[in-house]
Design a protein around this ligand. Structure first.
Ligand SMILES: [Zn+2]
Length: 288
């Protein structure tokens, strides 16, 4: 049986920096060495499981600025560097002016690092609602494609030609498919925590349903999922703005992202690639 086509992508962000910034640190610092370490593992998996094909890294503008050599290396290695906003902030909670400002800075930082303006965009935490049309419109003015829109509908029920249209622009949308599981309240997506915490079959079935509903099949991962020594974990003292037991809960919740299931990632990717065939960087879809 022929394998089903899919696209492997990584949201290349610095969890340590983003989380400490959220917690209000003036100087949240970066874990550049850990980003390098995760890239080496990811690149190795590309050679081992993706027939040496290149993938798409949606990187934050701030990482492109602080880890410029790494982002240039990723691009020089032949991978696509797309945009994951400037800071890892919510776009839904933002406004048009702030969005424009952050997009412009991110594009500049990425272009400075790689020499190539990014073609694609993905919002941090996929945090743009379908009703946030203003946000998609601004993205459409600066990018050729977007991959932030979560849906459980078949493609033909949303936009059969995969394009979101605005007054003077259009945007190719590569939807993130979300599958109802058991109850309508619990939804599964193909990647990240869902891949780490559940058996590979859960993700494989989500990817199959996404394909059957007419979507491009997309798997998304993060740097911290490829490491297992808590490299991006925030120290307990950084949660001191919360009182007991909230500080303890918040600290231990991180273990879900940085430890649990991380060792299973390689074998799960192996299982996925026995059913699905990675197609290369997502920008390749634009020429289809
Ligand atoms: Zn992200």
């Amino acid at each position: 049986m022929d394998k089903i086509p899919f696209y492997f992508s990584v949201d290349f962000e610095d969890y340590y920096h983003d989380k400490r910034r959220d917690l209000g640190h003036n100087n949240p610092l970066f874990k550049i060495k850990s980003l390098w370490k995760s890239y080496e593992i990811i690149n190795n998996y590309c050679n081992k499981y993706l027939n040496s094909k290149k993938i798409t890294f949606f990187t934050t503008g701030i990482v492109a600025k602080e880890a410029k050599d790494l982002i240039r290396k990723i691009s020089d290695d032949g991978h696509e560097v797309a945009c994951h906003y400037n800071y890892h902030d919510s776009i839904h909670k933002s406004d048009r002016k702030n969005l424009i400002n952050n997009l412009e800075i991110a594009i500049e930082n990425i272009t400075n690092a790689t020499g190539i303006p990014p073609k694609g965009f993905r919002a941090p935490n996929f945090d743009i609602l379908p009703s946030d049309e203003w946000a998609y419109e601004e993205i459409s003015k600066r990018f050729e494609y977007d991959s932030s829109f979560i849906t459980n509908l078949p493609l033909k029920k949303i936009c059969p030609n995969s394009k979101l249209s605005f007054k003077n622009s259009e945007l190719r949308e590569f939807f993130i498919f979300s599958r109802n599981f058991l109850t309508k309240k619990f939804k599964l997506r193909s990647g990240g925590t869902f891949l780490k915490l559940f058996p590979a079959s859960f993700t494989i079935n989500t990817m199959k349903e996404s394909f059957n509903k007419g979507h491009f099949v997309i798997l998304y991962m993060h740097p911290y999922e490829f490491l297992s020594d808590g490299e991006f974990m925030i120290p307990f003292k950084d949660f001191n703005k919360y009182y007991f037991p909230k500080n303890v809960i918040k600290y231990f919740r991180q273990i879900q992202w940085h430890k649990v299931g991380n060792h299973s990632i390689e074998s799960k990717i192996k299982k996925i690639t026995s059913v699905f065939d990675h197609q290369g960087p997502m920008k390749n879809i634009l020429i289809q």
